[in-house]
Each structure stands twice: as C-alpha cells, then as structure tokens.
Design a protein around this ligand. Structure first.
Ligand code: SF4
Length: 297
C-alpha cells in the first residue's frame, strides 16, 4: 500500500546576508536557492539559468511549496541545479536520476518529483532508465537540457550531437546520427512531451507548470546554448548569438507528430507541445492491484 505522509512545516532557512543583500534586500526568488551555494559555476551565456528560473517560476505559478517539491539530477552541468535549489534535492551518480526519482515518487506520492538533467546523462548512460520509466508511466516530471554535448567534462560528443558537428571527440565532424529526444520519449510512452529553447522562457514556464499537474511521466526538452563546450568548435558565437539563432530558426507546431519535430540548428527547430494524453500511472496500477485482490493486500 502506498504510504501517505502528513504535511510538514514550510522550509525555513537561516540566511547570512551578503553586502549587496543587506543594501538592496533579498530577491523574492532567492528563497528558492540555497544560501552559500551561489555564485554558481555555470559559464557566461549558458542557458541553464533560464531553465532553473523557469522551474522556480512554474513552482510559484502552481503554488507548490518547497517542502512539496523535489529535484533529482544526474551528473553534468545541469546536474548542479539540484545543489542550488533550496529544497530536498538529490544529485545522483551518472544516469541514475530516474531510478532514484522513481523510488521517491512511489514512496512519497504527495511530492512533485522532477528530474532535471542533461541530454548526455539522460540519454546515454541513463537511456534505459528513461525509456522504461516512460513505458511504466511513473509519476516523474523530466526536464532534459539539451546542449548537444557533454559540457562539463570537456565538450565530448553525446547522443544528441548533430551529424557533422565538431566536438572534442569528433574534431573532424560527428558521423553518428543523433536521437530525436521528443520522438524517443513519446515512443517510450510519455504522457506529455514538449520541446522549447532557452529563448522560449515563458512557454517553458507554462509547459513545466502544465507538466506539474499531469499525473504520469512527462518529458520536456529544452535546447540551450553551451558557448564553452559546443558553440566554440562549431563557431556558433556566444550565448546571445545562440539565442538569436533560436529566435530565427524556431517554429511552434503544437500537436505535431514528434517524429516530424525537426531539430536542425542550420534549418529549423520545431518546438511546441507534441503529446498530451491520459493513461493510468504505475502507482495507479499498483493501487488497483492491491485493492482489487484481498489476498495481495
Ligand atoms: S560547459 Fe556549457 S553547459 Fe556547462 S556551464 Fe558551461 S556553457 Fe553551460
């Protein structure tokens, strides 16, 4: 039987104000960040701040208190987000965010459990976990930051690196075909699938807040600039240049078959909400099984 845990007291943190905070006061969103963990390690022009902020704004939009939300991440630049958020978070080993989140979501169903991790972490070493959690329809919200490479470890190629793109491990151009993440998530069984870029900050907030309300496995891909690892070898300029590119090349196509959601930085980036359907969750199936057969209870 799934255990329901009574509400706890809201999060309270003891803060030592920085000089700037003492002068100008605390930003209202600062309570969502762990005092002492900022400044962050992300490079100038990186898209990760946009994603972290979108997550916080979506929590606020849905009035989800910090003690009712949990973020699990794997390894990599995106994985640092779990360490910055002022709530119960867990920074797992490489590729293992989804199994940890699965366990947490089953034992604490009242929590909003989000996996915030990178394309390399979720689709390379964590790929099997992701497809099976989607197939089972585990109640986990996945936000996958796709910057086309392993940024933190030196800009190596990842399962999302575009064909012919240059990375530190493909200096003459990548010969492997990349995954289409939204297509893979949808084919695996996700009940909600969307893609945005860091340029579409407001759409992203809306999408995350929609996913919060959707029982089951939801998947949101966010295309972000990685000026250090990916832009440099591919001569894509700074973070701002990438945002201009996102603005120029993106097309919104809600409801499109995710197989047709093209992602080509030179041609077009198809964004939007592609899948939104209802289906019993993994926990629903277990509840039904346990309640329906008295011998199993
Ligand atoms: S290496 Fe790339 S992804 Fe990592 S913090 Fe720097 S810009 Fe962001």
């Amino acid at each position: 039987m799934i255990r329901r845990v009574p509400p706890t007291e809201p999060f309270e943190v003891e803060r030592h104000l920085s000089k700037n905070e003492a002068l100008h006061g605390i930003h209202p969103d600062d309570t969502y960040l762990k005092p002492g963990r900022i400044p962050h390690i992300w490079c100038p022009g990186c898209g990760l701040g946009v994603v972290l902020n979108a997550y916080i704004q979506a929590l606020k939009a849905r009035e989800i208190p910090q003690d009712r939300a949990s973020v699990i991440s794997g390894i990599g630049c995106t994985g640092r987000a779990a360490g910055y958020l002022n709530m119960d978070t867990y920074h797992t080993t490489h590729g293992r965010a989804i199994p940890f989140a699965t366990g947490l979501s089953l034992i604490r169903p009242e929590l909003s459990v989000t996996v915030l991790s990178g394309d390399g972490d979720l689709f390379a070493i964590g790929g099997n976990h992701l497809i099976h959690a989607a197939r089972r329809n585990v109640n986990v919200k996945v936000i996958c930051v796709n910057n086309f490479n392993y940024g933190m470890t030196g800009g190596q190629s990842a399962p999302t690196t575009p064909l012919e793109a240059r990375t530190s491990t493909t200096p003459y151009g990548n010969v492997e075909h990349p995954f289409n993440l939204v297509s893979l998530a949808a084919a695996s069984g996700a009940v909600y699938v969307a893609r945005w870029t860091a340029f579409h900050a407001r759409f992203l907030v809306e999408s995350i807040s929609e996913a919060f309300m959707k029982p089951g496995f939801t998947f949101i891909e966010v295309i972000t600039p990685c000026p250090t690892g990916y832009n440099r070898p591919n001569k894509l300029g700074a973070g701002l240049d990438m945002m201009k590119l996102f603005r120029e090349k993106s097309e919104i196509h809600h409801g499109l078959d995710p197989n047709e959601a093209e992602l080509d930085l030179k041609r077009r980036i198809v964004v939007g909400k592609f899948v939104d359907l209802e289906k019993p969750t993994f926990a629903d199936g277990y509840e039904k099984l346990m309640n329906g057969d008295p011998k199993r209870a």
